[in-house]
Design a protein around this ligand. Sequence first.
Ligand code: AMP
Length: 146
Amino acid sequence: MAEYKNILVATDLGEDTTSILRQGIAIAGSGDVKLHLIHVIEPLSFAYGGDIPMDFSGIQEEIHQQASQQMLRVSEAYNIDAQRQYIVLGKPEVEIHVKAAELGADLIVVGSHGRHGLALLMGSTANGVLHGATCDVLAVRVGQDT
Ligand code: AMP
């Protein structure tokens, strides 16, 4: 296996975060490997902007604060450097690629639910990250719907 130096773990901050992060940490081992954690917040205006004429900034700020608190909890539990935690706004697969390029990441770790049927046809973040990635991608199998 390649020796990775810069690992970017993508998290939706949900219940699978621990299993995904543990895989990243296991691969990082104890050597001189940088482990980064990213969470992407999709702007509400992406989903509703055109349809509902209202100001989303208050709700968006609330979502950001909750994400920051959750990110802090995870990072403290797994000893992830504050400078290697990123919360960004945008479309998850796009922003994960952008951050991976910025960091010169050689491995991206994501969760994958192994969906089938309609959900598979509609795609997933893991698929989105895999397509167009310029480095290795590890899809960690998570969840019950396998
Ligand atoms: P999903 O396809 O939404 O079930 O997500 C699969 C995996 O993609 C998650 O386990 C995370 O690793 C990653 N992911 C999904 N949403 C986000 C997000 N908003 N920010 C960062 N990573 C995400």
